[in-house]
Write a protein of this length. Structure first.
Length: 207
């Protein structure tokens, strides 16, 4: 995805279990821990951005940098409401894939040096065929026994960019954190579409 916003060279990092923020995805968050309250204040006073990093399996608390994955999504705080008890509810809008290249600060919260992962399309012809296949599949599959909303299938029909299309489908239909990690780590939109098509065939068989 390309965005008109300037992605900073440094950004705070929030490490969560089972959470991957894809570009254009919307992630609701409740901020309660003191360190992340401080992080939120810092972010709001600067670029209004921070990263969501996935905690590695079997870890209850990411104490060291090797306990979470270093490819992540950076998002923009699109809304933030602080409650009387000091907690905050916010919406984080995914912007880009980034890679951590070191840390400028570790406490009270992490600030990483980041590099944006540039999007590529390895095989444009294959990407177009996969987009058509996924669109057709989404028009007939059922999720929890119900067809996908017309608004979602209409949205997919209006997305022409293969990268943005893969992220929209991945964010909405792929829930497994491990598979979402594969999607955030893969810069090639064609490869992401190939992965998504296979997952949809397995997880959401057509009627």
């Amino acid at each position: 995805m390309q965005t008109s916003l300037t992605i900073p060279s440094e950004a705070p990092v929030m490490v969560l279990p089972g959470a991957v923020l894809l570009p254009n995805g919307i992630m609701p968050l409740r901020i309660s821990e003191p360190r992340y309250r401080a992080m939120l204040t810092w972010a709001l006073e600067n670029d209004r951005m921070f990263c969501i990093a996935l905690m590695k399996p079997g870890i209850s608390e990411a104490v060291t940098a090797d306990q979470f994955f270093h490819t992540a999504g950076i998002g923009l705080i699109s809304a933030s409401v602080t409650q009387p008890d000091g907690t905050s509810h916010l919406m984080l809008h995914g912007l880009e894939r980034v890679r951590f290249e070191g840390f400028e600060q570790l406490k009270p919260f992490r600030i990483a040096r980041i590099r944006v992962i540039q999007a590529v399309i390895g095989d444009a012809d294959e990407a177009r065929m996969l987009v058509d296949e996924i669109r057709a599949h989404c028009s007939v599959i059922r999720v929890n026994g119900e067809p996908l909303p017309d608004s979602f299938t209409e949205l997919l029909g209006n997305i022409s960019d293969a990268g943005a299309f893969s992220d929209a489908v991945g964010h909405s239909l792929i829930s497994d954190a491990g598979e979402r990690l594969r999607l955030i780590e893969e810069p090639d939109a064609t490869a992401r579409l190939r992965l998504i098509a296979g997952l949809l065939r397995t997880q959401f068989p057509a009627d």
